[in-house]
Design a protein around this ligand. Structure first.
Ligand code: FDA
Length: 964
């Protein structure tokens, strides 16, 4: 293998080759950096002005979606109006809203795009083939496309590739070469459903590969984001198994920026050797660096790429050498535009005496034309990667290329724009010593499980089996101090399969509730006196216990309430977050603190717990919400009585066990499974309950607020009610919205967990110009998801919680048919409480479907003439919980920020899945009392403030105030 010593031996030849390539390449600039042209001048300014660079890319990203000339003009001014642009774009800006502006701008962007992306026309393909032949170079084509959200789109992608194949077979004497993205072959390419995704991709690919074998074609599988890597590799190896024919060259792109790249290179070499067949490996550095880093930071996952570019460059050289060591079974394509990396590859190939046709260099169209000429004239085989597509389909590709060209550490920028000295450009990569990551202090959300790791998926499957094997027992009622018999039994069943009994719970009655309150009253004094550090410690211990049982708890949620794996894991993670977050918040509120100074007095304030807390929780976030409300009450010093929802009592019992095990005294945390109408109501009205934390429906919430406000005999305190209720949440889809994103995020916001979230989207208000396209794409996308038991990870969507819920939702669907038009209805299995998802169009703001909370997989799409009207429609609701906007016009985003008054407004992202601390959650109006869970003010609702003022003046002697 090519270790550092081999590399050092090569340095002389690398320098020589590099000098020769550089000399030839410098004779011309790649056109993007050609300062003489308009694009060159704009690019040059964008390089030195980060904000202009970002504004420019944002504008270009929006352009293909814009319809009218006025829209183009509006966006152009919105993004670039603040800049003094010279040249054509400066003149264009001065045109104001003249119709000529749109044409000129579109033409200009199209010219930039055509540097990197050719039109999907036979004539354009012929032209590029002729141009490349003159270099000489061959091509590999890529039918770029928008994100594939529907099976129809996947089919069209495949069709475009097949057409390309045929065209190339006709137009070129070379065997056709095509690059494909596996994620574009199915709407659901999901690493959690490895076998299903692989099967779907292969089914679609089958045809295409049969033709590839006939044409002796060269088919390379592009590598995509880290999360998909394992799945892409598995599918690629499956392709190799199913198409073992000699004569065609299958290939895979591998990314050097991934620290584990060598493992994958070795796996391919091993496979090729054992199966005695030749495999192409395209070595790239990796195109998703910024996204990988940002996503890992967002998710709190380990960053899956090197952070030091020199590490990527060094590994690239090591992998080049490794691939060159196996020319009999590997056909290496060294893909990139870096003078040093390419010079190294040429030197390494020459040192090994590799034949000219044993490997090739590959470059992207338009990225480094002068260097490609130089490489070709060195006698190296060159292949150019040619993306084919219109601007709308190719916009994501185009933006990636522009970013790559202009990034600070891009070799193209350093070579052509900054004119770095040759010695710098050819220096061997020397990674800086590894930095040990400074541990971030303060609150951090628990990372979700990365199910793209097969080990995580296997652990979850194991947890499901383990949980199921222990189900079926009876949970005895245990309220200290009473031997009163249970008031009844509740049979817990799996909503996905009516016949499966998960357990039986003995139910409490009113007498048990009285006893539990008395126990809690007795425990209040001592729990209040427990030092805050100790209460905090108990919560942290509970978080650790929960974390240790994470898969088992989530697996139980899958079975008890029908959440899918990811949603169940997110619920457990949120519960852990609440325990840790409120513990941290309580630490900050501990002790006495001086109020504003007052001469001659000492004024101190402290926070006190309020008393016995009834925690009345819903079933839809069975662990997170119950834990959030209970942990806030407990850490603040209040004894709690957990009254879980009937549909989620097994998971609630687990929480109770964890809290006791963590050290909460039994009388401070009691478990009281009972019916809402009897036990819940009794707790609310009980004179000794001082605090009620409730999350649930508006009807129950308002009834609790009313009853808690009525003073009953023996009551000695005003009750505090912490109340979170429902929503009728709207997403606005603006005329310029990125529909790929709007469709995908709406799909999950509206139908995730079957719409049974108070934050779920139940109304979409789409601007006229996108209404039809949005509605049909959303329906097609939803149609790709089969419904089934969520314990099987191929099912993203499952049953609703109960038969009663199913019937209620079905009644709304019937109502919808009379109020609007049923645009889409899905299909669901017969067993279990399934509701086929429904999308309605033609709904008006006055319709019940647009006003009432349904809490199921039913979405109404309304149509608006303008953004302002859409905003009015969104706000026309009794609720104000969450809302969403998909727009790329800064003034519309600003307007929404100012006027769209809901508890949680989400812009250009899904409207569910709030994170503790980052997105405190809760609404106002009929959605709640306006203090958000997981936010800075939540805990204070479980406390009251007490102030002590002491006169410190003694006969004219004024002692210094504290702190002076
Ligand atoms: P250069 O030497 O400037 O390297 C830039 C690269 O370095 C970045 O793209 C990133 O990978 C890495 N980098 C940047 N900052 C870093 C940092 N701080 N720490 C660590 N690494 C850092 N890509 C892909 O992911 N999948 C694919 O299938 C393909 N296919 C493909 C085909 C062909 C023919 C080509 C030429 C390219 C690709 N690519 C790709 C894109 C390829 O990954 C991208 O063009 C290269 O990363 C650019 O590398 P250069 O050597 O040209 O430039």
């Amino acid at each position: 293998m090519g270790g550092p010593s081999v590399l050092h031996g090569l340095e002389g030849s690398i320098a020589e080759i590099g000098r020769s390539l550089h000399e030839r390449a410098l004779r011309a600039n790649p056109s993007l950096f050609d300062a003489r042209g308009l694009r060159g001048r704009l690019a040059a300014r964008a390089l030195s002005d980060e904000r202009l660079r970002s504004a420019l890319f944002h504008f270009i990203d929006t352009l293909p979606q814009l319809g009218s000339a006025a829209e183009v003009a509006g966006h152009f001014r919105a993004y670039l109006g603040a800049y003094e642009l010279g040249g054509l774009w400066g003149r264009v800006l001065r045109l104001g809203s003249h119709p000529a502006l749109a044409g000129a701008v579109r033409a200009s962007v199209k010219r930039v795009a055509r540097e990197f992306l050719i039109e999907p026309q036979p004539s354009a393909i012929r032209r590029v083939l002729r141009r490349l032949a003159r270099l000489p170079a061959t091509a590999t084509f890529d039918a770029v496309g928008e994100a594939v959200l529907t099976d129809q789109e996947a089919e069209r992608y495949l069709q475009r590739n097949l057409e390309l194949f045929e065209l190339l077979a006709r137009e070129s004497s070379e065997p056709p070469a095509i690059s494909v993205k596996l994620s574009a072959l199915t709407a659901r390419f999901d690493p959690l459903d490895r076998s299903g995704s692989c099967r779907r991709a292969l089914a679609r690919l089958n045809w295409f590969l049969t033709r590839a074998v006939e044409l002796k074609a060269n088919v390379t599988v592009d590598m995509e984001q880290h999360e998909l890597k394992g799945l892409i590799l598995d599918t690629f190896f499956e392709v190799l198994e199913q198409f073992p024919h000699a004569g065609w060259l299958p290939g895979i792109a591998l990314q050097a920026y991934a620290p584990d790249a060598l493992v994958h290179v070795e796996r391919v070499i091993e496979f090729a050797r054992t199966r005695r067949r030749r495999i192409g490996v395209r070595l790239v550095k990796g195109a998703y660096w910024d996204t990988e880093v940002a996503l890992a930071e967002q998710r709190n996952w380990p960053v899956p790429v090197f952070l030091d570019k020199a590490q990527t460059d060094q590994q690239y050289e090591l992998l080049t050498a490794r691939l060159f060591d196996h020319p009999d079974v590997i056909y290496p394509a060294i893909a990139g535009h870096n003078l040093r990396s390419l010079s190294h590859a040429i030197a390494a190939a020459r040192m090994r005496g590799l034949r000219r046709d044993a490997w090739e260099v590959q470059m992207l169209l338009g990225m480094a034309d002068p260097l490609s000429k130089a490489v070709a004239s060195e006698g190296i085989q060159l292949r150019v990667y040619v993306p084919v597509g219109d601007l709308l389909a190719g916009i994501a590709y185009l933006i990636r290329r522009l970013m790559e060209n202009t990034a600070n550490n891009s070799i193209l920028r350093q070579t052509y724009a900054e004119r770095r000295p040759l010695t710098d450009l050819l220096a061997a990569p020397h990674p800086a010593p590894m930095q040990t990551e400074a541990r971030a202090t303060g609150f951090r959300n628990l990372p979700l499980i990365d199910f793209s790791d097969p080990k995580s998926a296997a652990a979850f499957r194991h947890a499901l089996d383990a949980v199921r094997s222990r189900l079926g027992s009876t949970l005895r009622l245990n309220v200290d101090g009473t031997t009163e018999r249970a008031a009844g039994h509740h049979v817990c069943t799996n909503p996905a399969s009516r016949d499966e009994t998960l357990g039986v719970v003995e139910m409490a009655g009113v007498a048990h509730a009285d006893r539990a309150v008395a126990n809690a009253v007795g425990a209040f004094e001592s729990w209040r006196e427990v030092a805050v550090e100790r209460r905090v410690e108990v919560c942290r211990r509970a978080a650790d216990l929960m974390l240790a049982r994470r898969e088992r708890l989530a697996a139980l949620e899958v079975l008890e309430v029908g959440k899918n794996w990811r949603e169940a894991d997110a619920d457990v993670a949120e519960a852990v977050d609440y325990l840790r977050f409120y513990a941290q918040q309580m630490e900050a509120l501990d002790g006495w603190r001086p109020t504003a100074g007052f001469p001659g007095e000492r004024n101190d304030l402290t926070y006190e717990p309020r008393g016995v807390a009834a925690i009345i929780a819903p079933w839809n976030f069975p662990l997170a919400i119950l834990t959030g409300m209970a942990s806030a009450a407990l850490v603040a010093g209040n004894p709690v009585i957990l009254k879980p929802a009937e549909q989620a009592m097994l998971i609630a019992a687990e929480l109770h066990g964890i809290l006791l095990e963590a050290g909460v005294p039994p009388a401070v945390c009691q478990f009281l499974p009972g019916e809402g109408e009897t036990v819940g109501r009794h707790l609310v009205e009980h004179p000794d309950v001082g605090l009620i934390a409730f999350t649930g429906s508006r009807e129950v919430g308002l009834a609790i607020l009313e009853r808690a406000g009525r003073v009953v005999s023996g009551q000695r305190q005003v009750k505090r009610v912490v109340c979170e209720m429902g929503g009728k949440n709207a997403i606005i889809v603006d005329a310029d919205a990125d529909l790929d994103e709007a469709v995908l995020h709406t799909l999950h916001s509206a139908f995730g967990f079957q719409g049974q979230k108070c934050s779920a989207a139940s109304r979409v208000i789409a601007l006229e110009s996108v209404h039809d396209r949005f509605a049909s794409r959303l329906a097609d996308a939803l149609d790709c998801y089969p419904y089934g038991p969520p314990e099987d990870p191929q099912y993203v969507f499952g049953p609703v919680i109960s038969e009663q819920a199913r019937e209620r939702i079905e009644r709304y669907i019937e109502l919808g048919k009379s109020e609007g038009k049923l645009h889409y209805r899905g299909r669901v299995p017969q067993s279990g409480h399934y509701v086929a998802p429904a999308i309605f169009t033609g709904i008006l703001p006055r319709h019940r479907l647009a006003r009432e909370e349904i809490f199921g997989p039913v979405l109404s799409i309304l149509c608006a003439e303008s953004f302002a009207q859409a905003l009015d429609m969104a706000l026309d609701s009794e609720f104000a919980l969450t809302g969403g906007v998909f727009s790329r016009l800064p003034e519309h985003i600003d307007l929404a920020r100012r006027r769209f008054r809901v508890g949680n407004l989400y812009i250009n992202r899904r409207i569910t899945g709030a994170l503790v601390s980052a997105q405190p959650f809760g609404g106002i109006a009929m959605s709640g009392t306006g203090v958000q869970a997981g936010g800075p003010d939540y805990l204070k609702q479980f406390l009251w403030t007490r102030v002590v003022s002491e006169n410190t003046l003694r006969h004219g002697f004024v002692p210094p105030s504290p702190g002076t």
